[in-house]
Design a binder for this molecule. Structure first.
Ligand code: B12
Length: 100
């Protein structure tokens, strides 16, 4: 449902909030479904109760960035703006911003 809606709405990115502990299953599933539908260029970011030790594996799978509890809203907004500007300028994956 998430991937179908994202493709139909031509979204700039998908942001998922996960507090249930199922991030190691659901986030890779969403990435796999995006790739299956030739939509792997839509960036996926996430936040919620995601332990620091899980973050490297999730980013290795293709999640662009993770925002754990107590992340300042301004940091999230700044990251999303830079991500979308980078995509619109067509500079490609290599120029994707790092979280500040
Ligand atoms: C409020 C709350 C609830 C409410 C939710 C109400 C609602 N409609 O939202 C209710 C009472 C329903 C609830 C239920 C449950 N809860 Co609860 N809940 C919380 C609590 C106290 C606060 C969550 C919250 O809203 N925080 C405020 C927001 C602003 O912070 P945040 O979610 O961390 O988000 C920040 C970042 O993570 C990030 N972020 C989050 N999402 C996203 C998404 C994107 C795209 C981006 C960019 C950033 C981002 O940005 C935010 C700002 O920094 C937490 C404890 C806690 N301290 O987090 C437990 C907590 C999440 N709950 C927990 C549990 C276990 C449950 C239940 C399973 C309990 C039960 N046995 O029924 C159920 C699950 C219900 C369900 N269907 O999923 C556990 C999860 C444990 C875990 N994953 O390891 C927690 C951590 C409590 C604990 N310490 O045990 N819960």
């Amino acid at each position: 449902m998430i991937v179908k809606a994202a493709i139909e709405e031509a979204v700039d990115l998908i942001g998922i909030s996960i507090l249930s502990g199922s991030h190691m299953t659901l986030l890779p599933d969403i990435l796999a479904a995006l790739r299956l539908h030739q939509a792997g260029d839509i960036p996926l970011i996430a936040g919620g109760i995601i332990p620091a030790e899980d973050i490297p594996a999730l980013k290795q799978t293709g999640v662009r960035e993770i925002f754990p509890p107590d992340t300042p809203t301004a940091e999230i907004v700044g990251y999303v703006r830079r991500l979308i500007e980078t995509r619109e300028s067509g500079s490609g994956d290599k120029a994707l911003p790092e979280k500040v």
